[in-house]
Design a protein. Structure first.
Length: 118
């Protein structure tokens, strides 16, 4: 499959790893974190996720579906800028959308709790 770092996470330079090969989210998450090793990329993800939550709150308060679209653009837009501009990799959301979406929110929580550096 691929080489792994001593911690079990796959390095971002290891392009042989296919995100579809993971059988569980627990297996996928170390790979996800390795794909977010660049601090600016993580910060852009965090900003995009925060803006997406703000848009969701406004959507719920106003009932205007426009905010749903803005939330998607904010969430994915900032994340993809982080990947293409700073991390220099392709987002796993193209091949593993559900696990990537879950990973975004677990990483968001881990940043808030200090488990992952901001």
């Amino acid at each position: 499959m691929s080489t792994a770092t001593p911690s079990g996470a796959h390095g971002p330079a290891d392009q042989r790893v296919d995100p579809r090969s993971f059988r569980s989210f627990a297996e996928f998450y170390p790979f996800y974190l390795a794909e977010h090793s660049n601090r600016t990329c993580r910060r852009l993800h965090f900003l995009g996720s925060t803006l997406a939550l703000v848009c969701l709150a406004i959507l719920l308060a106003t009932g205007r579906p426009y905010w749903f679209l803005l939330g998607l653009v904010a969430g994915y837009g900032f994340a993809w800028i982080g990947h293409f501009g700073f991390e220099k990799n392709k987002p796993a959301s193209f091949k593993r959308p559900l696990y990537s979406f879950m990973g975004d929110w677990v990483m968001y929580k881990d940043i808030w709790t200090g488990k992952i550096p901001f």
